[in-house]
Design a protein around this ligand. Sequence first.
Ligand SMILES: Nc1ncnc2c1ncn2[C@@H]1O[C@H](COP(=O)(O)OP(=O)(O)OP(=O)(O)O)[C@@H](O)[C@H]1O
Length: 241
Amino acid sequence: MLSMKGVVAGYGGGNVLQGVDLECAERTVTCIVGPNGAGKSTVLRVISGLLKPTQGEISMNGEPIGGHEPGDVLRKGITQVPQSHALFPTMSVHENVLMGGYLIRKDRRLLRERLDMVKDRVPIVAERAHDSAGNLSGGQRRMVEIARCLMLDPKVILLDEPSLGLDPRSLAGVAGLIQGLNQAGTTVLLVEQNVRLGLGLATHGVVMEGGKVRLTGTAAKVRDHPEIASLYLGGTSASAP
Ligand SMILES: Nc1ncnc2c1ncn2[C@@H]1O[C@H](COP(=O)(O)OP(=O)(O)OP(=O)(O)O)[C@@H](O)[C@H]1O
C-alpha cells in the first residue's frame, strides 16, 4: 500500500536517509525504532511531503507521491499527526477537531458525518466538546490531536512518538486508540522511542540505524531479536512480562 524504495533525503548538510526501503501493507501497524538521529522522523517527513527526497521512489497504492506537496499527499489519504502541542489551547475541543476538516469545509453534510464518526471512535471529542483544549491532560490532548486527523478519514496515519511525555495510564489509552483505528481499517506507521510500547501495539517492526533500515519483520520477530532485546529492552525481550 505505502512503499519506499531507495529513498535518499537530507536537510542540506548531507543525506540523513541513505537509501531507505520500506513497505507498509494495508491494515498493518508498522513501528519504526532505532537510536536518536537514525532518521526515523525524517522517514515520516519525506512521506508526508514536508521534505523532498533527492533519490528513490515513494508510492501509495502504486501511485507515486515522492516529492509531492503536503496537500497532495493528504488528498491521497495519508495524514501525519503532528508532534505534541499541536492544538490551539484557547479553542474548544470541538473547534480544534473541526479544523481537521478544513479541506472538506464546503461540504457541510460530509463534515457533519465525519464529526459523528470521529466522536464515535474517540469518545473524548463528544465528552469534552466545549472545554478548551488547553484544559485537557496530556493524554487527552494526544487523543484529540489524533481525532482531528481523522476528519479527513485517512487511509494511512503517520504518528511521530505518540507516547512522548505521557504517564502510563494515558499511554494505555493512546495505544488502545491506535489499535482501535487499525481494527477499523486504518493503516498506521509510527515512530516510537518507547520500543516496548511501540512494538507491543504494532503488527510489524522496522529497525533503523544511520539512515538505513537494518531489520524488518513481524513485531514479534523484531522485539525478540537478540540485538534489539539487548540494545533497547535491557536484555529482555519486549514480549516478556
Ligand atoms: N530540520 C532539520 N534540519 C537539519 N537537520 C535535521 C532536521 N531535522 C533532523 N535533522 C537531522 O537529521 C538527523 C536525523 O533526524 P531524525 O529526527 O529523523 O532522527 P530520529 O531517528 O527521528 O531521532 P530522534 O529520536 O532523535 O528524533 C539528525 O542528525 C538530525 O540532527
